[in-house]
Design a protein around this ligand. Structure first.
Ligand SMILES: Cc1cc2nc3c(=O)[nH]c(=O)nc-3n(C[C@H](O)[C@H](O)[C@H](O)COP(=O)(O)OP(=O)(O)OC[C@H]3O[C@@H](n4cnc5c(N)ncnc54)[C@H](O)[C@@H]3O)c2cc1C
Length: 516
C-alpha cells in the first residue's frame, strides 16, 4: 500500500531507517502479522549497510576480549543467514599468517576454539598451513613462519538488504525508500510522523502506535527530533553512539590475487586488516577512526589510506600504487557508548535496544551478521513492555523463512568471488531475462533488462540506486561506473519518468576515485 493512499491508517509499527537493522525489524514484524511500514530517507542500505567488509562472522577478535556469548550468538546467526539466501551469502575460508611461532600457536588455539564454539554449525575445520603452502597461496608474503586456515562467511550486503526489503513487502509490509522523516510528534498516544517524499517533494503524515528508530549512526538525530520538542526530561540529551569510520579500497584481482580471504590479526599499530575476494575484485580494509560527525558520504583521511597501503605492503608483500585503486569507500559504524578519548576499536560492537519513551524504541550497534536476532529481540522487548500486544501470527519464524529470490543451496553454482552477474538475482533471474534488453550489455555485465527490472521491482529511482547498490559498479570500479551512468540514466528516466540525478552520481564517482 502506498503511504499517500492511507493517511488515516494507524500502523502498529513505523520503522525509520532502511539498513540491515530496520529491514530486519520490518521482516520480523510483518511475519508476526503486524501492520508495519518502513521509511528510508535515501535508499535501502545507502548508509552503513552497503559499506561493510561483507563478512558473515562470529567475530574472531571478540574471542580475545573474552566475549564468548557475543561470538556464539553471531556464529548461530552466521549459519542462519547462509541458509536464508545462499546466492548472496556463502562460506569463505580465511588464511591467517603468523609472524612468530609463539603468536602462531596462540592464534591457532583461538581459531580452534572458534571452530569448537560453532559446534555442529561449523563451516569447516581450522587447520595449520606450513610455510610452503602459504608461499603457494601468497608468494612474497614477508616474515610469516606458518599460517592457519579457518572458516567464516561472506555476503553481498546491498543485495541482501534488497532481499530483506522484498521479503518484508511480500509478507505485507509497506516499504519505501527516498522517504525522509522530517518531524515527529506524540499526541493522544499516537506517533505522528511527517515524511518528505523525494520523488514529489510532498510532505505527508503517517500515524503509528509504535515508532522504531533504526537509523544507524544517525539515531541521535531522530531521538533529538522526537524528544526535544515533546519531552522536557532530556531523553535525547546524551548521545547514544560514537561514529567510527572504516575505509576500504578495491583493486583488480590480478593486483592482489587471492582465492581465499586473508586476515592480518595484528597490524603494526594493533589493528586488524582483511583482504577479501569479492565480485571479481579484491577488497582491502578496514580502518577504525573515531569521528564526531556523521556525514552521509564520509571521505577517507590521508592517514587511513597510508595505513592500508603500508600494511598491504608490509603484511601481504604487495606494493600498491594509487592508480591500482579502482574504488575507495567509507562506512560509519555506530558504536554504542561514548569514546571519551578511548580507541573506538575497543568499544562495544554489541547492539543496544532502548525504550526511550512509551512506544518509542531505538535499536542500533551490533553487526550485519546479527540483524535477525536483533530484530527478534526488539519485538520481544516491545511485547514485554506492553507497547505491543502478542503477535497475531505468533513469533515470526525468520530463521527459516527464506528470503525473497533465494534458490535452494544445491542450485547455487556461482561464488561471491566471481564477477557480478545475473546469478545475484537468484530465482528472479528468469523474470529479468524476460524483459527488453536482456542481451544489451551496458558495461561490467550489467544489462538493460537488469536496469528495467530494478526500476519496476526493486525501487531503483536514481543512477546511484542502480550503480551503487542494485549493481555494485561504483564500489568495484568508480571510473567504469561513471562511463556506464548516462545509459543507465536514460533507461531509468524512461521507466520512472523522474530525474535519475546523473550529475550527482558523476560527482560521487569522482569522490570514489583516488587522485594519482
Ligand atoms: C567499515 C565497516 C565494516 C563492517 N563490516 C562488517 C562485516 O563485515 N560484517 C558485519 O556483520 N558487520 C559489519 N559492519 C557492521 C554493519 O555494517 C552495521 O552494523 C550495519 O550495517 C548497521 O545497519 P543499520 O541499519 O543499523 O544502519 P544503516 O545501514 O546506516 O541504516 C540506517 C538508515 O537510516 C536512514 N535514515 C537516517 N535518518 C533518517 C530519517 N530521518 N528518515 C528516514 N531514514 C533515515 C539512513 O539513510 C540509513 O540508510 C561493518 C561496519 C563498518 C562501518
Amino acid at each position: 500500500m502506498g503511504l499517500a493512499e492511507s493517511p488515516s491508517k494507524i500502523w502498529d509499527i513505523l520503522v525509520v531507517g532502511g539498513g540491515a537493522t530496520g529491514l530486519g525489524v520490518a521482516v520480523q514484524a510483518a511475519l508476526e502479522g503486524r501492520q508495519v511500514a518502513l521509511v528510508e530517507a535515501r535508499d535501502f542500505a545507502s548508509g552503513t549497510s552497503s559499506r561493510s567488509t561483507k563478512l558473515l562472522h562470529g567475530g574472531v577478535r571478540y574471542l580475545a576480549q573474552g566475549r564468548l556469548h557475543l561470538v556464539r550468538e553471531a556464529l548461530r546467526e552466521r549459519a542462519i543467514v547462509l541458509g536464508l539466501a545462499p546466492h548472496l551469502a556463502q562460506p569463505l575460508s580465511f588464511v591467517v599468517p603468523g609472524r612468530h611461532w609463539f603468536s602462531w600457536a596462540w592464534m591457532g588455539m583461538g581459531l580452534k576454539l572458534y571452530q569448537w564454539l560453532s559446534g555442529r554449525l561449523s563451516l569447516g575445520r581450522t587447520v595449520a598451513l606450513g610455510h610452503k603452502s602459504l608461499d603457494r597461496f601468497l608468494p612474497g608474503i614477508p616474515a610469516a613462519v606458518a599460517a592457519m586456515r579457518y572458516w567464516d562467511g561472506q555476503f553481498e550486503d546491498a543485495r541482501l538488504a534488497l532481499a530483506l526489503a522484498k521479503t518484508a513487502r511480500a509478507a505485507g509490509a509497506s516499504v519505501h525508500n527516498h522517504m525522509q522523516v522530517m518531524a515527529v510528534r506524540y499526541q493522544a498516544q499516537i506517533w505522528h510522523v511527517d515524511l518528505k517524499d523525494a520523488r514529489t517533494g510532498q510532505v505527508l503524515t503517517q500515524q503509528a502506535r509504535c515508532l522504531v528508530n533504526a537509523t544507524g549512526v544517525w539515531v541521535d538525530g531522530l531521538r533529538h527530533m522526537a524528544f526535544s520538542a515533546n519531552e522536557p526530561r532530556g531523553v535525547a540529551q546524551v548521545p547514544l553512539v560514537t561514529p567510527s569510520q572504516g575505509v576500504h579500497v578495491v583493486v583488480a584481482r590480478e593486483r592482489l590475487c587471492i582465492e581465499e580471504a586473508v586476515l592480518i590479526p595484528h597490524t603494526a599499530d594493533g589493528r586488524v586488516l582483511f583482504a577479501v575476494p569479492w565480485l571479481g575484485s579484491t577488497l582491502i580494509g578496514t580502518t577504525d577512526t573515531p569521528r564526531e560527525d556523521a556525514p552521509l558520504e564520509p571521505r577517507p583521511l590521508d592517514e587511513e589510506l597510508a595505513f592500508l597501503f603500508r600494511e598491504t605492503r608490509q603484511a601481504l608483500g604487495v606494493a600498491l600504487e594509487k592508480s591500482d585503486v579502482r574504488s575507495v569507500w567509507v562506512g560509519l559504524r555506530p558504536l554504542v557508548g561514548h569514546a571519551a578519548g578511548s580507541a573506538t576499536s575497543q568499544m562495544s560492537r554489541e547492539h543496544l535496544i532502548l525504550r526511550d519513551a512509551p512506544c518509542f524504541f531505538t535499536i542500533t550497534g551490533g553487526k550485519w551478521t546479527t540483524y535477525r536476532s536483533m530484530a527478534a529481540e526488539l519485538l520481544q522487548t516491545m511485547v514485554a513492555s506492553a507497547d505491543l500486544p502478542a503477535a497475531p501470527f505468533g513469533p515470526g519464524d525468520t530463521a527459516h523463512h527464506r528470503l525473497h529470490g533465494a534458490p535452494h543451496a544445491d542450485e547455487v553454482t556461482h561464488s561471491l568471488h566471481d564477477a557480478p552477474g545475473l546469478h545475484l538475482w537468484g530465482t528472479e533471474a528468469s523474470q529479468v531475462l524476460a524483459l527488453p534488453g536482456a542481451a544489451r550489455d551496458l558495461g561490467m555485465g550489467l544489462t538493460e533488462a537488469m536496469v528495467r527490472f530494478a526500476a519496476r521491482h526493486e525501487w531503483a529511482l536514481t543512477v546511484e540506486d542502480m550503480l551503487a547498490r542494485r549493481w555494485r559498479a561504483l564500489f568495484l570500479d568508480a571510473r567504469q561506473a561513471a562511463c556506464m551512468a548516462p545509459a543507465v540514466a536514460n533507461l531509468l528516466a524512461e521507466e520512472t519518468g523522474l530525474d535519475p540525478q546523473l550529475d550527482s552520481f558523476l560527482h560521487l564517482c569522482a569522490q570514489y576515485q583516488l587522485k594519482t
